[in-house]
Design a protein around this ligand. Structure first.
Ligand code: PLP
Length: 404
């Protein structure tokens, strides 16, 4: 079946009693255990609503089995710890989502796990692997700079050495990228983003082979980050429109990226769908479309970043991403607020960088909003006017001096 059909039909639980078309919400946390081997229990990750939603996501990612969690971080941390323990080494990309980065730096030493952060390219990531390396964690495109890594190269390298590979596929979503097809072992999503898609639930998922899912589930039963029936149902319901939503979001992001690229007040646009973006060719070979996320840097000499964001009328300044509404945030004061200014500058997260999550609104309306906010932030800036006046004054003086 094609993605759009899988979104609607896969995994749904047919209720033979009422014959309704939707999976019922099974709220029980206590089930009759007599004459059955696998008695459902929420923290055992085997209730009907958990099962239905996992089956839908597995169908979308081409996985055998998976585990649905109460957050994306629960999915990522459990997947990593299921395959790396004391004495082992893990390779991580240095541009990983900030939460995964912090999990590594805050917890691994105490757990006796060694780690290396490598730059976002396949050669560097593979080159960072050591004899003790048990897991490689990558993300593509990355949050917030949309860097792209060659997934096939990393997967092939790791397969040869029996290293388990994990990818955070949140930004691409299963509609635009299916890393298991390229040989990656485990795909993790923050379901809080595109899978949920309406900015109203928190969840995560790890999908993989049956054997690996068993290992992840065994650890998850100890750590306990299970997802309740109602949120499972909301997630399943949201997934029915995933292909439609992500298709529109990807189209909108491309239109917005092309618009921003032409703006004199914008210094740089980060979007894998732009032909001159450094990761474009790799993205083209592994993504179906380029996703709903993009970042851009304003020219701070010409307009003030906070003035710009306050001038937006339709696009909401908000953290998180992947919802039906377009949102924008400045990583320097949100996801990277704890990172030093020097380090932020080194990795490209400047004070003028914005990350935009394209929603499903009309692209023209979104572009008009950005256009008016850029224009007003530029025109209404009294400080800039002073600067311009000063500059104009200096120019006049230097003309004067030159003419002297
Ligand atoms: C790329 C990415 N991965 C993982 C996460 C963590 O997800 P959650 O907040 O659901 O734990 C986030 C959250 O922002 C994210 O952006």
């Amino acid at each position: 079946m094609k993605k759009d059909t899988e979104c609607v039909h896969s995994g749904s639980y047919r209720d033979s009693v009422t014959r309704g078309v939707n999976t019922p919400i099974f709220t029980s946390s206590a089930y009759d255990y007599l004459d059955r081997d696998d008695c459902p229990y929420p923290r055992y990750f085997n209730t009907p609503n958990q099962d239905a939603v996992v089956r839908k996501i597995c169908a979308l990612e081409g996985a055998e089995d998976g585990v649905v969690f109460s957050s994306g971080m629960a999915a990522m941390s459990t997947a990593v710890l299921a395959f790396a323990g004391s004495g082992d080494h893990v390779v991580m990309m240095d541009e990983l989502y900030g939460g995964t980065h912090a999990f590594t730096t805050d917890e691994f030493q105490r757990l006796g796990i060694g780690y290396t952060f490598a730059p976002t390219d396949a050669e560097s990531v593979c080159g960072a692997a050591a004899e003790r390396t048990k897991v490689i964690v990558i993300e593509s495109p990355t949050n917030p700079l949309l860097s792209v890594i060659d997934i096939r190269k990393v997967a092939a390298f790791a397969r040869e050495r029996e290293i388990t590979t994990i990818i955070d596929n949140t930004f691409a979503s299963p509609v635009n990228q299916n890393p298991l097809e390229f040989g990656i072992d485990i795909v993790v999503h923050s379901g809080t983003k595109y899978l949920g898609g309406h900015s109203d639930i928190c969840c995560g998922v790890a999908v993989t082979s049956r054997e690996r899912a068993g290992r992840i589930r065994a650890l998850a039963r100890h750590l306990g980050g299970s997802l309740n029936a109602i949120t499972c149902y909301l997630l399943e319901r949201s997934l029915k429109t995933l292909a439609l939503r992500v298709g529109r979001q990807s189209d909108n992001a491309l239109r917005i990226a092309e618009f921003l690229k032409e703006q004199k007040l914008v210094r740089r646009v980060y979007y894998p769908g732009l032909p001159d973006f450094p990761g474009h060719e790799i993205a083209k070979s592994q993504m179906k479309a380029y996703g709903g996320m993009l970042s851009f840097e304003l020219d701070e000499r010409q307009l003030d970043a906070s003035r710009f964001v306050r001038r937006l009328r339709l696009i909401s300044p908000a953290v998180s991403l992947g919802g039906v509404e377009t949102t924008i945030c400045a990583p320097a004061v949100t996801s990277h607020a704890k990172v030093s200014m020097v380090e932020r500058k080194r990795i490209g997260v400047t004070d003028s960088l914005f990350r935009l999550s394209a929603g499903i609104e009309d692209a023209g309306d979104l572009i008009n909003d950005l256009e008016q906010a850029l224009r007003r932030a530029h025109d209404d800036d009294p400080q800039r006017k002073n600067t311009t006046d000063r500059r104009a004054g200096n120019a006049a003086r230097s003309t004067l001096l030159e003419s002297c």
